[in-house]
Design a protein. Structure first.
Length: 212
């Protein structure tokens, strides 16, 4: 129900009219807009975007200061902190299926290394263990992992299931829990600090088993 107020002989309103129009104010400024309804916030692209945002947020603090300084220019142009510019740019890149970058602008000019995968079934239902062997480290920063129904499936944001930080050792093992039951193909991408990416050399079809 819309509420009317009349301070100092003026009139203001707030609320929703006929389920179609919302009247309110923001920082003391009145506005009117079409009433919006909440859409599904758990679509695959939205989940992937939230996963990427969490991953990026964890990477900012340990980044070298000289790389953080490169974000000052885009930050100052928008009057936001460098951290926010880092998140905004990389989330926009991810929406286009481009890998994140530690520096601005993304140059994509360093080797992301080469790797193969050696998957093993983890001994718990609906979980997998994937082991990556890095043949050349290059400037590797992390891995993207995608899941699809058939061999050679197109890599898209909605098929992204995880991003992992690449350490400096040649053998990495990652655990994936709460996977859907049944067969699926898993494909990885390794990417560098400057946003360059390449496919891992192998794809694997794996089966997860539901709880009895």
């Amino acid at each position: 129900m819309t509420k009317l107020r009349g301070p100092a002989l003026s009139q203001a309103a707030s609320g929703t009219i006929a389920g179609a129009v919302t009247i309110s104010s923001w920082k003391g400024r009145p506005y009117i807009k079409r009433r919006s309804t909440i859409t599904d916030v758990n679509t695959a692209p939205q989940i992937s975007s939230r996963q990427m945002m969490s991953w990026l947020a964890a990477q900012w603090s340990p980044m070298p200061d000289e790389k953080k300084l490169t974000w000052l220019k885009p930050a100052q142009s928008k009057n936001i902190p460098g951290y926010n510019a880092f998140l905004e740019e990389n989330l926009q890149r991810w929406a286009q299926l481009k890998s994140p970058t530690q520096t601005y602008p993304a140059t994509e000019d360093t080797s992301s290394g080469t790797a193969g995968t050696y998957p093993l079934i983890y001994p718990h239902p609906l979980a997998l263990r994937l082991t990556f062997r890095i043949y050349t480290l290059g400037d590797a920063w992390g891995f993207h992992l995608f899941r699809g129904p058939v061999y050679g499936f197109p890599l898209t944001v909605d098929r992204h299931i995880a991003t992992f930080l690449k350490e400096t050792k040649p053998l990495e093992t990652f655990f994936l829990r709460d996977q859907p039951a049944g067969d699926a193909w898993y494909v990885g991408q390794i990417f560098s600090h400057t946003g360059k990416k390449q496919h891992l050399s192998l794809s694997y079809k794996l089966r997860t088993i539901p709880f009895a």
